[in-house]
Design a protein around this ligand. Structure first.
Ligand code: ADP
Length: 237
């Protein structure tokens, strides 16, 4: 579903990504674990076409981000680290706007919005301005928005930062439900080790380089710690 080959991204002299290569099979939940400054956001900005990489290429569902960007990006849904809803618009207006951007017919959009909103327990908030909602509810709205065009690959950049434990758990539960129902592939960037422990695979990124790419248990063993957290801290100190 996702192939990253020899990806390098520089900011002036600084290399934020250093010839990064990995691939992700369909239906996998993959955690991208890295401390602050590891290059996670840079990678997401390249994967979503906001920045062009200096070297290397990305394929999404077999489509090159360099040569077939529009088609490749149509397979991607994204929740960015910074909240990006229009605070003055209602939940439904935010969702309809996204559906329009993707060219979804109004009837299809309405059916999807009502199904997803029900599933994420947002029905009572549909007409409220986003400004009135809690951080956890806003995140759920962003997830619903990212899923409206039924992407094959979902990118989540530190999506649980600032959420309380219940909101975090609810968001992850909704995501796992989506994986079961539609087989969506998820790349989940985080610096919270507990979130990576529940993933099928963990990519450990440090200073733009992958230190490990394996199951949580295998990464713990490879990086030489008693727990994933101990291994992660030791490897990225
Ligand atoms: P993370 O998301 O893992 O915290 P980033 O991708 O934000 O990491 O940052 C990776 C590196 O690139 C850091 O050293 C950071 O200071 C640098 N960096 C990120 N964005 C910019 C930018 N716009 N200009 C210059 N340096 C940047």
């Amino acid at each position: 579903m996702l192939k990253v080959r020899n990806l390098t991204k520089r900011y002036g002299e600084r290399e934020a990504l250093k010839s990064l290569s990995f691939s992700i099979e369909p239906g996998c939940f993959v955690a991208l674990l890295g401390p602050n400054g590891a290059g996670k956001s840079t990678l997401f900005q390249v994967l979503t076409g906001l920045f062009a990489a200096d070297e290397g290429d990305v394929e999404v569902a077999g489509l090159s981000l360099r040569r077939q960007a529009r088609h490749a990006l149509a397979h991607i849904g994204v929740v960015f680290q910074q909240q990006s809803l229009d605070l003055d618009l209602s939940v439904i207006r935010n969702l309809q706007f996204q559906a329009d951007l993707h060219g979804l017919p109004r009837s299809v959009a309405a059916a999807r919005i009502s199904a997803e909103v029900e599933r994420f327990g947002l029905a009572a908030d549909l007409r409220r301005p986003v400004r009135e909602l809690s951080g956890g509810t806003r995140r759920k709205v962003e997830l619903v928005r990212a899923l409206l065009h039924q992407p094959d690959l979902l990118l989540m950049d530190e999506a649980t930062v600032g959420l309380d434990p219940k909101s975090r758990r609810d968001l992850l539960a909704g995501l796992h439900d989506e994986i079961r129902r539609r087989g969506v592939t998820v790349l989940w960037a985080t610096h919270i080790v507990a979130e990576a422990e529940a993933a099928d695979r963990v990519l450990v990124l440090h200073r733009g380089v992958l230190l490990a790419d394996a199951s949580p248990q295998e990464v713990t063993r490879l990086l030489g710690g008693a727990t994933l957290e101990a291994a992660f801290i030791a490897a990225t100190q």
